[in-house]
Design a protein around this ligand. Sequence first.
Ligand SMILES: Cc1ncc(COP(=O)(O)O)c(C=O)c1O
Length: 420
Amino acid sequence: MNYLNFFEVNDNSLYLDNRNLPDLAKKYGTPIIVYSKRKIVENVQKILTAFGADTISIHFSVKSNYNPTILRILKELEVGIDAANLNEVELAIKVGISPEKIIATPNNLSKKELEAISEKGVKINFDDINQMKLIKDHLPKVVSYRINPGIGKGEFEGIVTGGKGSKFGMPADAAVEAYRAAKDNGCKEFGIHMMTGSNVLDPSFFKESSKLFFSIAERISKDVGIEFEFLDLGGSLGVPYRQNEEELDIKAVAKNILTNFQESQSRGFFKQSRLIVEPGRFIIANAAVLLSTVTNIKEYDEIIVGTDASMNSLLRIPLYGAVHPLIVANRATEDLVETGKVTGQVCENTDVMFKSIQLPRVKVGDTIAILNAGAYVMSMSSNYNLLKRPTELLLDGQKETIIKREETLDDMLVTFVIPP
Ligand SMILES: Cc1ncc(COP(=O)(O)O)c(C=O)c1O
């Protein structure tokens, strides 16, 4: 995929929503993540169109991006929330999302945390029977479990969350027992959930995983004698990060899932069930670009371009070996005449955005655009080396709004006791 297709290019510069990105970098300072509201709306619309708005409910995965303004935009689009813990639930409620539109999928939470989530009126996908039993006197109205359907897929091992060896969910046999226990405990409404991995670009995987998922749900429904209010297929919808990858065929994904769903319905199952997806990456990754400034250029054996965006903001790179597309935003149409590394300011040799990338002739002061910066970038960032995390800017038509201001040293030290 040619990433320049994602942007407008004018006079050698990259534009997003009619803004010259190098100019924005100068105006607001770097590092900065620039979001396009238009792209967010488009991405949500793509899912609704592929599945049919009456067929699917979208629950945005807050772990991919928890900027409150982004969550408010999604609320306005009537998108629900996938939350991992009490803090994510509370933030969603703070931005005005109603508890009925929030589903929590927690892992290893304490009784106190689970009870607090349940008391908010939020649905819970319990990770196993023990987590349900911990709060059996305070269960949510709808009880759901996370199933491990026996397969998983993700761009990196670290983001495969289903299949053998996964720490998440439970196998079908254990699930039958877990639903029975919830029913014996007086529970009358049920859901079922899976999340098998992240950043999947192959539509056929969704065919395979949803078939397994629906057949496990059918078995539970039959054996335990319950109906499912919702069938939650998790996230996983991928976006391309490399030149040789194509965009996910979301229509094919929807068709694969819906065909399996309709087959179950034709066997008499899930007549009243709602399908849910919990995308994070698909909605927000390509709606944002991280801008940084070239601060140094070294040339010995190879060119090393130093910038002010570092691995503290791009943990995905050292953590998984992830790559993000990168364009020199003020030299977008120049010939790629140099090969080198692009690095940041952290004192680690893993702080390398690109190990070997072809670049135009770069100069100090140039603007580097790192694409797909909306998902798992800010939400996974840290202040390692006391480096500031990026500022965040939202483009919405003619409006430019800072949605996370520049961090200061005082911000980073706010929870510390400074000895007098
Ligand atoms: C339970 C759950 N749902 C949804 C998601 C979102 O996944 P993605 O960003 O691949 O759509 C995740 C991500 O790890 C998750 O753990």
